[in-house]
Structures are given as structure tokens and as C-alpha cells.
Design a protein around this ligand. Structure first.
Ligand SMILES: *Cc1c(COP(=O)(O)O)cnc(C)c1O
Length: 387
């Protein structure tokens, strides 16, 4: 009866497959509708520009922004770079201080380090054992030199969701701008940038069943109007903020992906919660401990550790049946412990015993059951040879 194709993909925080409905929407923009969206002298360019405009409107609306507040980029990494470097460089006269936190994605942390090398001051706030920033600590970190606070919306390893509205309120009460990396949040939880006091927001298409290489930065245009420098120079596309010929098929697919995700969100999240709750329940019986927040979390995420068992041993031994990872895709090649798990207060040894599971729209209940059973029998056999 089963038509499971192995290995079962459970690494959705790294990337997701393109939804066939997204792919269908994109196809004509590779071939007959191939125009350059800036070439308005003929119908090829005009048609491309109309498609981009429609996508921009739809994406803006889905996050409570207006159409002129969306700048297309190559993904969340570029959006993070643009937000941090662009805002800090443009607002040098206001101050030189950036506040972020220790569990951010490398796209934020490495950009912050780059800014430090250029002479900016950066505060890396700690997090509690669930992965959340303390609002009082945030408030007291703000100085008269602080220009920007950047705190991620949902963590890509442990799924913890930040108190975004409160962080944004604190920023605004102190006249500071607020950026959030929402690559794991957009399309998974409802977001209204105005209600949540967000001034800049990075997001990406390939985490929500859209194509890779396309993303956006939301940049607030009123109260306050965010000003930022460009980090890419050229033809002046995207109001001069991000030059380069627009990735029209990518933009069309990105928009379709967000549209589908928002329509399916409630129903999918009910399903994901049931799956991850059941998995946690069953894996707990063989010693799994949850990493991250017990309730304020992405429901398709499950990060657990089996103390005394190496995650690499689990991942390798199940790899024919399940595709999972130890944590962030960008750091799994390294032997370094996860900076996120260390920040939660885990020992280095404990960080090496964690696995991350990310469910997707294309998983089935049967796949989840098979994967859970596989993990349980793997852990049991590794228990036996544990020293
Ligand atoms: C995936 C991810 C990124 C990088 O996004 P790209 O579009 O691949 O550049 C940045 N931040 C977070 C939180 C992510 O999960």
C-alpha cells in the first residue's frame, strides 16, 4: 500500500521542494514571457513588469505592507546584509550601535562581525533556556548611539518564536529601528508588519515551497520612513536599493508560494502540530529531550537530543530511510557545536546529541510514523553500544 519514496525528507528548515503549483506558475516566465521587467518599450518587457507588479502587490498584502515597501533580493542572506549594512551606513550621523542576539542565523552574525570590523559597536544579547531574549535586557542595552535592533522571528534550529511585537515596541519607544529575519516565519505563522512594529523584515522563497535564489526585504516607508544605503550598484532597479535585472520567474514563483502558504497555513499547522507532538511523545520514551520553547515554537519543527548518543551516529544510521540534520544546514559540515544550542545553556556534548526534524506539506502521516519508528529503533540499538 505504501508508496513512500526514501529517504523521507524531514529537513524543511534547510529548504523545501518547489510546490508543483508554484512551478507551473513560473514556467512561462522562462520561455515565452522572458522579457526584462525594465524594458518597457515592448510587450515582452511590459508583460514581465506587470507580472512583477502583481507579485509585489500580493506579497506586500500578505504581510500587511504596501507595494512600495518590498525590495526583491536573492534571498534572506542578502536581505539581512542589506538591512544591517544599509541601515548602519546610512545612519552614521545618528549612531554606531547595533543590537542583535547570539542565536541569529550566520547571515546576521557574520554581517554584524563585518560591521564590527568597520568600527561599529555590536551587542549580542543572550537568550534564556528556551531561546528568547529578555525584554529588560534589551531595553538596558539601548544607548543613545543605538540605531538598529535585529532579532530573528523564528529560529531555524529550534523553532522558537520571538516576542516580536514587544521587541518592536521597545525599539520604537526608544527611537530605534527594528529588523527581523523572518525566513522561517513568513508563510508559517500570520505576520502583519505594522501590528508587530517591524521596520525591516527579511524573508525567502525556498523555505516555503518556492524556488531558491529569490527573497525580499520589507522596508517601512512611513512613521518612520526607513532610509538605507544600497550594497549593490548598477542599473538602479528596485528604486536604486538593489540593482540587477529582476528574477521574474523567481518573483512570480515566490508570490505564488506565499499565496498558497497563507491559504493553507491554518490547516497545515494543525496537521504539523499533531505530528510533532506525537513524535516528541514517542521519542521521549527512548530518552529524547526537547530543545527550544515548549509552546512558542514553529509547529513543523522538532529539535531533540538523546543525551549520550552522538547525533551524527543517528543521522548516518537512518540516512537510507530519513533525511534529517543535526541543525543548521550551513554549519552541519563543521565539527563546531551549534551556537544556538550552546546559547540555551547546553553542554558541548549535549549539543552534539541533537537532531532537527522539519516536517513539510508533502509529508504524509505514514511517513511520519515510519520515520518515528526508524528513529526509535536506531536510538535503542545505539543505546546498547553506548559507553
Ligand atoms: C534559510 C535562512 C536564511 C538564509 O536564506 P537564503 O534565502 O537561503 O539566503 C537566513 N535566515 C534564516 C533564519 C534562515 O532560515
Amino acid at each position: 500500500m505504501s508508496d513512500i519514496s526514501y529517504p523521507i525528507y524531514l529537513d524543511s528548515h534547510a529548504t523545501t521542494p518547489v510546490d508543483p503549483r508554484v512551478f507551473d506558475e513560473m514556467k512561462p516566465y522562462f520561455t515565452e514571457k522572458f522579457g526584462n521587467a525594465s524594458s518597457l518599450d515592448h510587450s515582452y518587457g511590459y508583460d514581465a513588469s506587470v507580472a512583477v507588479q502583481q507579485a509585489r502587490e500580493s506579497i506586500a498584502k500578505s504581510i500587511g505592507a504596501s507595494v512600495d515597501e518590498i525590495v526583491f533580493t536573492s534571498g534572506a542572506t542578502e536581505s539581512d546584509n542589506l538591512a544591517l549594512i544599509g541601515v548602519m551606513e546610512r545612519n552614521k550621523d545618528k549612531g554606531n550601535h547595533l543590537i542583535t542576539c547570539v542565536i541569529e542565523h550566520k547571515a546576521i552574525l557574520d554581517t554584524a562581525r563585518h560591521l564590527e570590523e568597520k568600527g561599529y559597536k555590536v551587542t549580542y544579547l543572550p537568550v534564556d533556556k528556551f531561546g528568547q531574549v529578555n525584554p529588560e535586557e534589551l531595553t538596558s542595552a539601548i544607548t543613545n548611539q543605538t540605531v538598529l535592533i535585529s532579532i530573528m522571528f523564528a529560529n531555524n534550529e529550534i523553532g522558537t518564536i520571538a516576542n516580536v511585537e514587544e521587541i518592536g515596541r521597545i525599539a520604537h519607544e526608544n527611537g530605534v529601528l527594528f529588523h527581523t529575519d523572518a525566513a522561517q516565519a513568513v508563510g508559517h505563522i500570520p505576520i502583519d508588519v505594522k501590528k508587530l512594529n517591524i521596520d525591516l523584515m527579511s524573508f525567502s522563497s525556498h523555505k516555503i515551497y518556492g524556488p531558491k535564489g529569490i527573497g525580499a526585504l520589507y522596508i517601512r516607508s512611513i512613521s518612520p520612513r526607513v532610509k538605507l544605503d544600497s550594497i549593490v550598484y548598477g542599473g538602479g532597479q528596485e528604486k536604486g536599493i538593489r540593482s540587477g535585472t529582476l528574477n521574474v520567474p523567481g518573483i512570480v514563483g515566490f508570490s505564488k508560494a506565499i499565496e498558497i502558504a497563507n491559504d493553507a497555513m491554518v490547516e497545515e499547522n494543525i496537521r504539523f502540530k499533531k505530528w510533532t507532538d506525537t513524535m516528541l511523545d514517542q521519542l521521549s520514551k527512548v530518552g529524547a529531550k526537547l530543545n527550544g520553547h515548549p509552546t512558542n515554537r514553529l509547529v513543523h519543527n522538532l529539535n531533540v537530543r538523546f543525551d549520550g548518543i552522538e547525533s551524527k551516529a543517528i543521522i548516518n544510521s537512518v540516512s537510507q530511510k530519513i533525511a534529517i540534520s543535526a541543525g543548521s544546514a550551513c554549519t552541519t559540515q563543521m565539527v563546531e557545536p551549534s551556537h544556538v544550542l550552546l546559547a540555551l545553556g547546553l553542554s558541548e556534548e549535549q549539543t552534539h546529541s541533537a537532531i532537527r526534524i522539519g516536517c513539510s506539506r508533502f509529508n504524509t502521516e505514514e511517513e511520519i510514523r515510519v520515520a518515528t519508528d526508524e528513529l526509535i529503533s536506531c536510538v535503542k540499538s545505539l543505546e546498547k553500544i553506548k559507553v
